[in-house]
Every structure is written in structure tokens, then in C-alpha cells.
Design a protein around this ligand. Structure first.
Ligand SMILES: [Zn+2]
Length: 94
């Protein structure tokens, strides 16, 4: 699998560290049920089959965080963005 790093170009996935689902939003700590929301945010993850937005870290390259849209069934990469620039999912899937 090759990941198109916006800074380094297309690189082998072995240069990157996978850091999980990039879609959960951090809960409001002032919410009445904040403890339950944080439990769910930290521990509960979906295991989707298909398009998925993920955090990847280019550990053996530019050391930047990326948001990558990857199909979990085929490992096809639809797009990758620098995390600092990506408030919307890679590939504008949203
Ligand atoms: Zn890079």
C-alpha cells in the first residue's frame, strides 16, 4: 500500500504509523453526561467495511500527521491531507 503524503509524495505505508479512526469528535467536557461521552470517545470504535477516514503519522518521513481516506476492504487510498489543513474528510466525502 502506498500513501500520497502531501509533503513527500507517494510513499510506502511502512514509513507511516496508523493511529486510528479520525472521525470521532472530542466531547464537550462540560456536558452533563461527559464521563459517558469520553468513555465512548476513547474506547468505542466502529469497524467499517469500506471508505474510512484515518489518522496516519509519517514517522519515517516528514513527521507530519495526515488524514487519509482509505477503503478498508481494498486498501485503495482516495486521498490524503495534512491534518492541520483538514477539517473536512480527505477526498471531500462529507
Ligand atoms: Zn511525509
Amino acid at each position: 500500500m502506498r500513501i500520497p503524503c502531501p509533503y513527500c509524495g507517494e510513499r510506502d505505508a511502512h514509513e507511516f504509523a496508523y493511529l486510528g479512526d479520525a472521525t470521532p469528535a472530542r466531547p464537550d467536557p462540560a456536558a452533563e453526561d461527559a464521563e459517558q461521552r469520553f468513555h465512548d470517545y476513547v474506547y468505542l470504535r466502529d469497524n467499517p467495511a469500506g471508505a474510512h477516514i484515518e489518522w496516519w503519522y509519517h514517522a519515517n518521513g516528514c513527521r507530519q500527521w495526515l488524514k487519509v481516506e482509505r477503503d478498508t476492504r481494498t486498501h485503495a487510498i482516495a486521498g490524503a491531507r495534512a491534518a492541520r489543513e483538514a477539517d473536512t474528510p480527505a477526498g471531500d466525502a462529507a
